[in-house]
Design a protein around this ligand. Structure first.
Ligand code: ZN
Length: 480
């Protein structure tokens, strides 16, 4: 592969540049004419569709329905919950004109839909019979990014889903927050093959307007943490200002208990970083729109017909097993060029069929993750391909788990903390629960509390900063 087509830097040496090149050269996304925005290309959108369909199915099974909300929110509505508005205001894009006419009121381009959703929920909910109300919205959100754009990780508009639910009791709403986290975890670990640490955000880091935020954290190969999604318990913080009320069975008026939650196309960014290599993208088979590419190899017109026929037969056999497969029949390109292109795009398995293979009734199987080549009898193609795809899926998850383990270390001393952080580690450290200690670490090192893992209460240790008694063992790290 020529220098311009292939990745020109190694993942280990220049991670950031490597990432950008994979995004562009694997044709996942491109920069849009407006700064801060990106365009999703079909190969990237197909991954989003796979994530979306997996989550959508699980959400529907657990009683959620989809809806749609418009992108414009009047300022008076957005500012109704004060803390929420204060938190989001610096990032809001405003529409001030229609044509040449100045609008009477500024309209915000949705940074998130809590305010809009609640203004409608207050109309739709009358009694306990209307609850629980569990609606999910697949849309995009806009938050102005001042830092340099990083496709999928830092953009001013991003695709996501936002779920908004209302329940009649606090317990039920808190259960929903946990159930959603479990649904997310299943999709991310089992399909994107990325292991997670789940837990709570600290008071400082929680969603503005939430009572608390549950979160899922993953570690990237450069040692930085990536927040993979959040599920918020809103209590009655929005129900009260927006008057989301219902009559209970005794005809007494109550405020609803609420949750909101979301994951975005950030998950694609995580997938690229965790699994990709110096040849480009590596897709876990479960989210790959093409799982197997068949490259017929022929040097003369005489061979072409028979080899293509064999490739078509292989495709049919694999499709019968519900394997997503494509035969690359482009005559104008050499097999070597095709190999490189499909490797760059991260297709999990390649099958090569040449004249010698045809004569022996076999094919060559090449794994994207390990580059391992094996000969395979044609008759076994469907069963072996299916089991190899499972092995690749498992191998990617195991490797990612290894990275998480290797890059997480326990510290109880601040000097040690700083040394390990510079090595690109996630730090498990005791914390007293005081925001001053959290802020000191952030100011001095740039690390924050990524997640407070569930069941991590610990009062036996000393806070890594102030040495008073600890409350919990938390995960510190630098983040995206
Ligand atoms: Zn402390």
């Amino acid at each position: 592969m020529s220098k311009e087509v292939g990745i020109t830097v190694s993942k280990n040496e220049n991670f950031s540049e490597w990432y950008t090149q994979v995004v562009l050269k694997a044709e996942l996304a491109d920069y849009a004419p407006v700064k801060g925005l990106i365009v999703l290309r079909p190969h990237g959108y197909a991954i989003w569709e796979a994530i979306k369909s997996s989550l959508d199915e699980k959400l529907k099974k657990s009683g959620h329905e989809n809806g749609f909300m418009p992108i414009l929110i009047p300022e008076s509505l957005l500012s109704k919950e004060k803390t929420h508005f204060k938190g989001f205001n610096p990032e809001v894009f405003w529409v001030t004109h229609s044509g040449e006419n100045e609008l009477g009121e500024r309209l915000a381009l949705r940074p998130t839909s809590e305010t809009l959703v609640n203004s409608l929920y207050s109309k739709w909910i009358k009694s306990w019979r209307d609850l629980p109300l569990k609606i999910n919205f697949w849309n995009s959100a806009l938050r102005a990014e001042i830092k340099a754009t990083k496709p999928f990780l830092r953009t001013s508009e991003y695709l996501w889903q936002e779920g908004h639910t209302v329940h009649s009791t606090e317990e039920e709403a808190e259960q929903e927050v946990m159930d959603i986290l479990e649904i997310y975890k299943k999709t991310i670990e089992e399909e994107l093959a990325i292991p997670l640490i789940t837990g709570k955000k600290s008071e400082n880091e929680k969603f503005v307007g939430a009572v608390y935020t549950n979160t899922m954290e993953a570690i990237m190969p450069d040692g930085k943490g990536l927040q993979m999604g959040t599920s918020h318990f809103l209590g009655q913080n929005f129900a009260k200002p927006f008057e989301v009320k219902f009559l209970d069975k005794n005809n007494v008026e109550n405020y609803g208990w609420q949750t909101s939650w979301g994951v975005s196309w950030r998950l694609i960014g995580a997938m690229i970083m965790v699994h990709g290599d110096d040849r480009g993208l590596v897709m876990p088979p479960k989210v790959a729109s093409i799982q197997v590419v068949i490259v017929p190899i022929y040097y003369s017109g005489d061979d072409r017909k028979d080899i293509i026929a064999k490739a078509d037969e292989a495709q049919k056999r694999l499709q019968e097993k519900k394997i997503r497969v494509r035969v690359d029949k482009r005559d104008e390109l050499t097999p070597g060029f095709k190999f490189n292109e499909w490797e760059m795009k991260g297709i999990p398995l390649r099958i090569e069929i040449g004249p010698k293979d045809l004569a022996k009734n076999k094919v060559v199987l090449v794994r994207r993750d390990t580059q391992k080549k094996t000969d395979l009898q044609f008759d076994k193609i469907d069963t072996v391909v299916a089991s190899t795809l499972d092995e690749i899926q498992k191998n990617l998850f195991d490797n990612a788990k290894k990275i998480l383990k290797e890059k997480t270390t326990e510290v109880d001393d601040y000097e040690d903390f700083k040394t390990q952080l510079e090595k690109g580690m996630f730090l498990k450290a005791p914390w007293c629960g005081n925001q001053k200690c959290e802020e000191k670490i952030k100011n001095e090192t740039g690390a924050d509390i990524r997640v407070i893992p569930f069941n991590s209460e610990n009062t036996e240790s000393k806070c890594v900063i102030c040495k008073s008694s600890s409350e919990v063992i938390v995960i510190f790290g630098r983040g995206y």
